[in-house]
Every structure is written in C-alpha cells, then in structure tokens.
Design a binder for this molecule. Structure first.
Ligand code: DOR
Ligand code: ZN
Length: 396
C-alpha cells in the first residue's frame, strides 16, 4: 500500500510505501514505485506518525468482560491510533502466570487489530505477600505490576526488586500507600514513589512508574534519574487535562491541582517524563455509581494531548510522537515499532490536526462510556490507523 499526500511531524510532504508489513520507502512523490495491483490511500494532507503504543491499558479479560472485552478493546485501540497495548493484570482471576498471559496475547493477535503484551502480577493473586510465582516465570515475561494497588509491604517489594534484578524484569508500579490514601492521596503517592525509586536504585532493577500525578513524585523521579537510577515514568492524558477544580470524577490517582499539572508539563519539556499512557479503565455505569475509579482513554488520548501539549503549551508534535510511540516502544523492547523509518513495521496513524472535533461518549468503540471528556472540543483527530500495512481503522 502507498500512502500518498501526507505530511510528517515537521509538516513536510511525505508518502509512505508499505510492503509485507514493513515500511519499504519514505519520501515525497513515491508514486513511480507503485507496482500494479498495489493499493493507495490518499492522506489528503493529513499528518502521518508512527502508530501509538499504550503502556497502560485495562481490557478486563478475564472476568470483567461486561466492561470491555478483547474485541471491543482492540477496536477502541485502533480507533485511537494504537497498534500495541500493554495490558494490566487486575482481572478476575488476577493474571499471575505466564501461560494465561500468553493465551490471552494469542487471542488478541487473532483479532488482528492491535498487538498486546499481558503483564503479570507482582504478588500472586494480588495477595500482597507471595512472590513464589516470580521465581518460576519464564524469560518471556518481562513486565510485572500490581496496578490498581501498590504493594504495601516494603520487605515484599524489596524482595520483588531483588528477584526482578536477577531475572531482568521491569516493575511497573502503581505507587499508592493504601493506609494513607484514604486521608492524604498526595502523600500516599509521593511516599511510595520515593520508596520504589530507592529500591530501583538499590537493586539496580528497572522500574517504570505508572500514572505519575504530583509535583512531589515527578521531582523525585527527576532526582533518581539524575543519580542514574534505571527508571522511566508515564503520565496520563487526564492528569494533564483536568484539575480537581475542573473535574469531580473518581480516578486513581485522583486529578490534582493546577501546580501539579504545571509540574507534569515541565517534566515533559525536561525529558523527565518518558511516555504518555492512557490508563484506559472501562467501567459500566452501574459500577461507576458504586464508586469504581477510572475512565476510558484510548480514543481521546491523542486529541487531549495534542490540544493540551502542542496547541496550548507549544510542545513540538515530534516530542508528543516520541511520548506516545517511540519511547513506549523502547520501554517495552518492541524492535521495529514506534518509528517511521525504512524497514520498520508499517504501523502508522493518520491524524487531522486542523479541524476541531467534539468528543461524543456514545460514539466510542469501547464497551464502556465512562468518559468525562464527553462534549469537549479537541484538536487532533485520528483519521486512520494502519497495522502491518493493513488498515485497522478508518474514520467515516
Ligand atoms: O482509576 C483507576 N482505575 N486507577 C487504577 O489504577 C486502576 C484502574 C482500574 O482498573 O479501573
Ligand atoms: Zn491502571
């Protein structure tokens, strides 16, 4: 397939020739290379970027398929410009073994719209203590997390870091001291962030901090990186967009103050923040009414981040593309993804940067509609997603 009449992140005209799932050539005016029978896609002046990669996503299989399933999750990802997601293990049963994780990844592969890595829990069944399953994890499991909770006991977490150092596993941490969060969620995040950063440095174990949301946490990450700790971190679109003055909505960590948002934006500019991850957390209406935390995010992430970071804060589009594609690919060790280069995977997204659009929660592909952006006007609309040279989503 030849994508014609696109522009790159710098606004220069570019065509992209995709063959056998890879990018075969890139450059202006590639029409002469077209072979008989090869398809063309007219980008009509829109911007082509490497497709997005989500480090933090909940698709709810097994156990909570009434909120999202692999099919609807895949469709939501494709509609958001994603071709790969990293799935969290807070399912029912909890994902605690490699066989279950691999079986799920295969099912996602069969659907064919979006690749996935399934993470495994840090403690067995999130019991907070048992680490035996980590010792027998095969080498194919590279990422573990207790997302949704922090690991409360410091000794347990220290042992997990020690094991993961030996096994070259990255810990993705949800930093929350749950004895503190009911009365001070800022302290709860900051104190567990500092503990986990310390353990990462002490054991030289790779740590990725999920949904960093406070000034204190981002400053602690900056200091740890300065000292050379093997640490990366993500922020979510919602922690960049909302403050507690603009949104009353349950999500963990909660939306913060304007000063925290400013710290996250400074962290992005300074290269302290490595990635933007959605924490796509689908819930039914009933579960939201009962207090479930989280919001869907795959289909609004680019629009929210382009509007906030590029249009309002003047961040170059190339920097946003690094946060949503290149850096997540590197963190997950996905060779050939997250980059626009000859020989790389033909995983691409076409975005319209010029026209405003309104978020309509009823038009989402996700099974759940817990979307507090409903009715918001954004710039940056995904027009098409291409995975392995095949169109996985096209806006009407
Ligand atoms: O708001 C959240 N929802 N934060 C989390 O950490 C977990 C997530 C979920 O699974 O619903
Ligand atoms: Zn999460």
């Amino acid at each position: 397939m030849l994508i014609q009449n696109a522009v790159n992140a710098a606004g220069q005209p570019i065509d992209v020739l995709c063959r056998t799932g890879k990018i075969a050539a890139l450059g202006a005016g590639l029409a002469p290379l077209l072979l008989p029978g090869e398809e063309t896609l007219d980008a009509a002046g829109r911007t082509v970027l490497p497709a997005f990669i989500d480090l933090h996503c909940h698709w709810r299989t097994p156990g909570y398929e009434y909120k999202e399933d692999l099919e609807t999750g895949s469709r939501a990802a494709a509609a958001g410009g994603y071709t790969f997601v990293n799935l969290m293990p807070n399912t029912n049963p909890v994902m605690s073994d490699a066989a279950a994780a691999h079986a799920l990844m295969e099912k996602v592969e069969t659907i064919g719209l979006c690749g996935a890595n399934q993470t495994v829990s840090i403690t067995e069944n999130f019991d907070g203590h048992t680490l035996d399953h980590l010792k027998t994890l095969p080498e194919s499991v590279k990422y573990i997390t207790e997302d949704g909770h922090g690991v409360q006991n410091a000794a347990v977490m220290a042992k997990a870091f020690a094991i993961c150092h030996e096994k070259h596993i990255t810990i993705m941490s949800h930093a929350e001291d749950s004895d503190i969060s009911p009365w001070d969620y800022r302290l709860a995040e900051d104190i567990e962030t500092v503990r986990n950063l310390y353990l990462s440095e002490y054991y030289q174990t790779r740590l990725h901090l999920c949904h960093v949301s406070t000034r204190g946490a981002i400053e602690a990450v900056a200091a740890a990186k300065y000292r050379g700790a093997p640490v990366t971190c993500e922020v979510t679109p919602h922690h960049l967009w909302f403050t507690k003055d603009t949104l009353d909505y349950r999500v963990n960590p909660p939306v913060r103050e304007a000063d925290d948002v400013a710290a996250l934006v400074e962290g992005i500019r300074a290269g302290i923040v490595d990635a933007i991850a959605t924490d796509h957390a689908p819930h039914s209406e009933e579960d939201k009414l009962k207090g479930a935390a989280g919001m869907v995010g795959l289909e609004t992430a680019f629009g929210v981040c382009y509007t906030k970071l590029c249009r309002q804060e003047g961040l170059p589009l190339a920097a946003l593309s690094a946060l949503m594609s290149t850096n997540p690919a590197e963190i997950l060790g996905l060779l050939g993804k997250g980059t626009l280069a000859p020989g790389a995977d033909a995983d691409l997204v076409l975005v319209d940067l010029a026209h405003p659009w309104r978020v309509d929660k009823n038009a989402l592909h996700s099974k759940s509609h817990n979307c507090p952006y409903d009715g918001t006007t954004l710039y940056g609309k995904v027009r098409a997603t291409i995975k392995g040279g095949k169109i996985t989503y096209r806006a009407e």
